[in-house]
Design a protein around this ligand. Structure first.
Ligand code: NDP
Ligand code: 8X3
Length: 250
């Protein structure tokens, strides 16, 4: 029987690559994001392989999150896998100079958004007595760096929420996997630097950065593990990376 995955942030980067990896093994997809056209493109690309439906909402909007999940037809509510991937960094700056709108975007999206989506979907998993939640954290959730304290705090919160989910949900047959990537070349830096392409490109220069597909491979491994196995936590760094801010560039 095919499984159904609900993926937030499926319009680009890690979320989109995860959708592609899941489609490759026959997992049906509920793809979420704010950009409808992008979702339509991904859906068109993958619908020859699996069943795909899309939901457009901002994870920061509590009402929209619950309305979107509630709008799913009953057959799409049989969700097996939730990938809480939607999120971004906004800005890179000291606490005294940081933009409080950026802080709101990170705390509201990366933390509260993940919680809203989880609260909407966990009851569906509990009803079925099975499921798997994959939370996309970051190396930044394990190691704090200067100028990134709020982003790091938002990802440290994801680490703690993953642990809390595992403690609460394992007894109900629901697994939780926390995935903490290092430097992945996606739209992440473009968003962090507010569309400054030159600055974003520099982040990935002089070394071979992780690709979104590398993270999707790990997620696929975790969700395909047998019932007796819980992949609790995966940290993935680029080959040239030894810590959040230590990258060996040529
Ligand atoms: P991208 O910018 O390529 O993708 C981010 C995705 O999240 C997009 O699909 C975007 O969709 C969605 N998203 C962002 N904010 C919201 C929101 N408020 N509501 C709904 N959807 C939202 O970056 P990545 O693929 O790199 O990022 C995915 C996750 O991986 C994030 O949680 C990020 O923190 C994490 N991560 C990234 C790393 C990296 O180096 N790239 C390293 C470690 C972790 P849309 O704009 O259409 O809404
Ligand atoms: C993204 C990785 O180290 O740029 O979460 O914050 S880092």
């Amino acid at each position: 029987m095919s499984r159904i995955a609900f993926i937030t942030g499926a319009t680009s980067g890690i979320g989109k690559a995860t959708a592609e990896a899941f489609a490759g093994v026959g997992i049906d997809l509920i793809l979420c994001g704010r950009r409808q056209e992008r979702l339509d493109e991904v859906a068109a690309e993958l619908s020859s392989k699996v069943k795909v439906t899309t939901l457009v909402f901002d994870v920061r909007d509590k009402g929209a999150v619950f309305a979107a999940v509630g709008s799913l037809p009953d057959n799409w509510k049989n969700i097996d896998i939730l990938v809480n991937n939607a999120g971004n960094a906004h800005g890179l700056g000291t606490l005294d100079e940081g933009d409080t709108d950026d802080w709101d975007a990170m705390i509201d999206g990366n933390v509260k958004g993940l919680l809203y989506v989880s609260k909407a979907i966990i009851p569906l998993l509990l009803e079925r007595g099975k499921g798997h939640i994959v939370n996309i954290s970051s190396i930044a959730g394990k190691q704090t760096y200067a100028n990134g304290a709020v982003y790091c705090a938002s990802k440290a919160a994801v680490e703690v929420i993953s642990e809390g989910m595992r403690l609460e949900l394992t007894q109900h047959g629901i697994k939780t996997t926390n995935v903490a990537p290092g430097a992945v070349e996606t739209e992440f830096s473009l968003v962090r630097f507010k569309g400054d392409e030159a600055r974003a490109e520099k982040v990935y220069q002089g070394f071979d950065p992780l690709q979104a597909g590398d993270i999707a491979d790990a997620i696929l491994y975790a969700v395909n593990a047998p019932d007796r196995v819980t992949i609790a936590d995966i940290t993935i760094l680029a080959g040239a990376q030894s810590a959040a801010t230590v990258i060996h560039r040529k």
